[in-house]
Design a protein around this ligand. Structure first.
Ligand code: ZN
Ligand code: ZN
Length: 282
């Protein structure tokens, strides 16, 4: 059984519709796939319909933008109730922050001599509720300013570059229990793939476990073999679920092909069991 627990569609910053992601997952020989768009469950219904058609199992999820000790941390929430009022309110704050970030980025780009309008960004964002830096990057590509998303981030959009603007993210410490209260299972995405490596120490993970953190994504392309083995050790010490996934974005992110990393069936079974317990405890 091949299980990939982290993918994106056009409901956030992927390049395919939710149905296309499900068909691509079936073509890639996956049996189970999670759709985990940033800060929204908007793609779930379309994905569920397509998954049923192609005979794969969909795990609905959301990758939530949070902050811990001043660093950005992505939190995967599996199987939460998407209508949970507190979760919806928190996600609404994140989406508002994402959308209001775009004008701030465009202002800074203008000051750097690059003229891009909100409409240029909207044109490449095709109806997502969460416009953000990847869409600004796509607009820069569409206008021929840069060759691809990677160049857009390196030259303009990463921290320290002329088009960077920070934005609102929810507190990780508050979001973990909120996901559990919504019947979901919280797992930290690529914990040592980004800037948060220094703050997400083993003792920090232990504190987060006490708040309800259930697992960590160990097998991710941002982690080299040494990083994976260190994280696997921490997961074993703390009793965490261990996941692996592609973080697929269609053509929006290279070297993240569907199924390039996978999750063991017994780990998925633990996630389902924890979701069952979280729902029962509501
Ligand atoms: Zn992420
Ligand atoms: Zn992701």
């Amino acid at each position: 059984m091949r299980i990939d627990l982290h993918t994106h569609s056009r409901a956030s910053d992927g390049t395919q519709s939710p149905a296309e992601v499900m068909r691509a997952a079936a073509d890639a020989g996956l049996d189970v796939v999670a759709l985990t768009d940033h800060d929204t469950s908007q793609g779930w219904a379309e994905a569920a319909e397509a998954a049923a058609e192609v005979g794969i199992d969909l795990v609905p999820g959301i990758e939530i933008s949070t902050v811990y000790e001043g660093r950005g941390v992505h939190l995967l929430a599996y199987l939460p109730d998407p209508a949970d009022p507190e979760l919806l309110t928190a996600l609404g704050r994140v989406l508002d922050g994402r959308n209001s970030r775009v004008p701030a980025i465009l202002q800074r780009l203008r000051e750097a001599g690059v003229h891009l309008t909100v409409d240029d960004v909207r044109r490449v964002a095709s109806g997502t509720p969460a416009t953000g830096r990847p869409h600004v990057a796509d607009a820069l590509v569409a206008l021929g300013v840069v060759a691809d998303r990677a160049e857009a981030f390196e030259r303009f959009l990463n921290p320290g570059r002329p088009g960077y603007a920070s934005r609102h993210a929810e507190s990780l410490i508050e979001m973990i229990p909120r996901v559990v209260a919504a019947g979901g299972v919280p797992v930290i995405a690529h914990p040592w793939g980004r800037s948060a490596r220094r703050v997400l120490t083993e003792s920090a993970f232990a504190d987060l476990r006490d708040l309800g953190l259930a697992g960590i994504e160990v097998d991710h392309e941002d982690h080299d073999p040494a990083t994976r083995s260190a994280l696997r050790g921490i997961a074993a010490n703390l009793g965490f679920v261990v996941t692996g996934s592609s973080d697929y974005h269609g053509t929006g992110k290279v070297d993240h092909d569907l199924g390039c990393n996978t999750t063991a069936p017994e780990e998925l079974a633990r996630i389902r069991e924890l979701a069952h317990l979280a729902r029962a405890g509501r």
